[in-house]
Design a protein around this ligand. Structure first.
Ligand SMILES: [Zn+2]
Length: 306
């Protein structure tokens, strides 16, 4: 037992004083620092900010997975890491591979199961004749934006809910409460916002990051990066919806109506819906007021250019 403890201590000392793992850690931190700098110096470029934050979030996941995997290798093959010349290279290489393999495993699981998991939680039906116009609209925008086949599903719920779900298939779910409380332009704007989430792979990312944050509950970076990425993705989907429909004002009034009728009671799937509880830097949803302000500015810009 004492011998094993000595082996592990020696393996950890040797590993963490070797240039290979230290270079990997420092390089990751330097990349993160660079992305933070570019992010802070580009305040209003939604597309760039989404890419930067997604990169930061991915690097932060890699950073912690690498640390955890390194520990696993130092413990599981302590005698090799401690005494063999190639031990450190094997452990560091193994840690990098294990980090990528874990991320890939979660990504594939989300890709294959994401939509089905949500569908099991929220009962939906196919659209009826009264929703046929919306099916046509989804097909029209999907075709124009080059989004692979999107299915419209309807949830029989008085709550105004709209969400995009991607897995082995792409779904836009709207509730009957949403359809009855919004006018046609507003419904189209909301549905276009959801289609933009599918186009930008936001719904897959959302499920991926939820699963990852459960794995990496000890990661302090992701507590900031994860909600920040989602907030920027909401702004981007709003902007893209406004530009596609040419009616950002309709999306603004829809957000206001949904926000007012949601009564603040988050549903179990609130994290996937168009409007959620806004609560500062730890919320995945930006403040509705700020979203509406940006849409009004976009409306003025589009109005001036016509
Ligand atoms: Zn959204």
């Amino acid at each position: 037992m004492a011998e094993l403890a000595e082996q592990i201590t020696h393996a950890l000392e040797r590993y963490w004083s070797s240039p290979i793992p230290l270079t990997i850690i420092v390089a990751t931190l330097v990349c993160m620092g660079t992305l933070v700098y570019v992010f802070l110096t580009n305040a209003r470029n939604a597309k760039l900010r989404v890419s930067l934050l997604t990169g930061l979030y991915s690097l932060s996941i890699f950073f912690w997975l690498f640390l955890a995997s390194s520990l696993v290798f130092c413990l599981s093959i302590a005698s090799i890491v401690a005494y063999r010349e190639w031990g450190i290279r094997a452990a560091a290489g193994g840690a990098v591979l294990l980090s990528f393999a874990l991320s890939a495993f979660v990504s594939i699981a989300v890709w294959r199961r994401g939509a089905d998991r949500v569908l099991r939680k929220i009962p939906t039906r196919g659209p009826g004749p009264e929703e046929a116009w919306l099916v046509d609209y989804v097909a029209l925008v999907g075709n124009f934006e080059d989004i692979a086949l999107v299915e419209l599903r309807v949830s029989e719920s008085p709550k105004p809910v709209a969400m995009a779900v991607s897995g082995s298939r792409h779904l836009v779910i709207v509730s009957t409460g949403l359809l009855s409380s919004l006018d046609r332009d507003e419904v189209e704007s909301v549905v276009t916002h959801e289609l933009m989430h599918i186009k930008n792979h936001d719904s897959r990312f959302k499920v991926f990051s939820t699963v990852m944050s459960r794995f990496l509950f000890f990661d302090p970076f992701s507590k900031f990066f994860d909600p920040a990425v989602h907030r920027e993705r909401e702004y981007l989907a709003d902007e893209m919806s406004g530009r596609t429909t040419g009616k950002p004002g309709s999306l603004a009034s829809a957000l206001l109506k949904i926000h007012e009728t949601a009564n603040g009671g988050p549903s179990p799937l609130a994290g996937l819906s168009i409007v959620g509880r806004d609560g500062g830097i730890f919320s995945r949803f930006p403040p509705v007021k700020e979203r509406i302000n940006r849409l009004i500015v976009l409306s003025e810009i589009l109005h001036r250019s016509t």
